[in-house]
Design a protein around this ligand. Structure first.
Ligand code: MG
Length: 168
């Protein structure tokens, strides 16, 4: 291909964003796996919530993908890890989802630090969106974990929660 006419990206930022595309797709994969597990457990509301969450993660990956394309970068996609597929309970599932989101938050912050260090201003603007999004992700996962803890072993409470989750 011809030489790019755009301001070139720093390789470190480009590579870190490529890596993040993989993590966002992994998130989509993880939540799809969780949706499957809820489906098998006859909790259609939780399953539907997780399916939507999975779709949102795919959109996150695409935001980064399109950002690299807009900057004139060729995107080299990486292999996605296999997610777990067996979960002990709805609470265990959401505790794992919350832990995963905390890990993603720290990756986003690391990316932000790198984009500041490399003076990549467009990347900082993009990452601002993700910084705010991660606050929302941790908040919603935390809320569900708390409510599942309240429900405890009460199956009526669990079924009510399932119904509500299906309304997302
Ligand atoms: Mg995400």
């Amino acid at each position: 291909m011809d030489e790019s006419t755009q301001t070139p990206m720093k390789g470190a930022v480009r590579d870190a964003i490529s890596e993040q595309i993989k993590h966002e797709f992994y998130s989509a994969y993880l939540y799809l796996s969780m949706a499957g597990s809820f489906g098998v457990a006859n909790l259609p509301g939780f399953a539907s919530w997780m399916r939507k969450q999975s779709e949102e993660e795919r959109e996150h990956a695409m935001k980064f993908f399109d950002f690299l394309l807009d900057r004139g970068e060729h995107v080299q996609l990486q292999a996605i890890d296999q997610p777990p597929y067996a979960f002990r309970s709805p609470l265990d599932t959401f505790e794992q989802a919350l832990e995963h989101e905390k890990e993603i938050t720290s990756r986003i912050h690391g990316l932000y630090d790198l984009s500041v260090q490399e003076k990549d201003y467009p990347a900082q603007v993009l990452l601002n969106w993700f910084v705010v999004e991660q606050v929302e992700e941790e908040k919603s996962a935390t809320e569900i974990v708390e409510r599942l803890r309240m429900a405890g072993e009460n199956s009526t409470a669990l079924l009510l929660l399932d119904k509500e989750m299906g309304e997302r």
